[in-house]
Design a protein around this ligand. Structure first.
Ligand SMILES: CCCCCCCC(=O)SCCNC(=O)CCNC(=O)[C@H](O)C(C)(C)COP(=O)(O)OP(=O)(O)OC[C@H]1O[C@@H](n2cnc3c(N)ncnc32)[C@H](O)[C@@H]1OP(=O)(O)O
Length: 149
């Protein structure tokens, strides 16, 4: 299946974190298997906090866009229709929190796994774990709020 952000309507493809049409963006890609949103991202040397460690703001960006991508995928699934079908489901971040448990090593690929924690009529609370080399280094929660169609 295509990644979720590739199925956003054209006007929502310019996001710095995940917009495929933003040449300067991070191009976060969320893959949804019906239960878990998965994203892989390898930071560059420019994403450094201090030698050997990933900048926390980058981690927040990755969790933000991957969380919203997961929330949107889950919202389509809850309505029993394919991602990208009309009417489009659009969400923005109402709230984002990140707990940095360990320094995240700069170099290896990062794995983000996101799941629905709570579902409400107009919003979706997503939990996200970020790991590097098999170790969870950060956890987060993202509240996606649905925009009117
Ligand atoms: C779409 C493709 C791009 C990908 C996006 C990537 C992620 C982003 O960076 S998005 C940009 C950053 N986020 C923003 O700019 C959002 C700015 N905020 C807003 O536009 C509005 O406050 C918005 C839309 C979140 C809510 O406004 P509005 O529709 O008036 O909401 P409102 O009716 O007050 O609340 C809706 C529900 O959400 C809840 N809610 C809204 N904001 C928050 C918040 N910050 N924290 C907790 N709950 C909230 C409300 O409690 C309410 O819950 P319930 O339905 O249970 O009563």
């Amino acid at each position: 299946m295509s990644y979720i952000q590739s199925l956003y309507p054209p006007e929502h493809t310019h996001c710095y974190g995940c917009g495929p049409a933003n040449p300067a963006g991070l191009h976060v890609q969320t893959h949804w298997d019906g239960e878990t949103g998965t994203c892989r991202y390898t930071p560059s040397a420019a994403h450094m906090a201090y030698p050997g460690v990933v900048y926390g703001g980058l981690i927040a960006c990755l969790m933000d866009c991957h969380g919203i991508g997961t929330a949107i995928a889950a919202a389509y699934q809850a309505e029993g229709r394919p991602v990208g079908s009309d009417p489009a489901i659009n969400m923005v971040t109402g709230n984002l929190s990140v707990t940095y448990k360990l320094p995240t090593p700069l170099g290896p690929e990062l794995l983000l796994e996101a799941r629905v924690k709570r579902e409400f009529p107009r919003k979706m609370l997503i939990s996200c774990e970020l790991s590097a080399e098999g170790k969870v280094t950060a956890v987060g929660e993202i509240l996606g709020v649905r925009l009117p169609s």
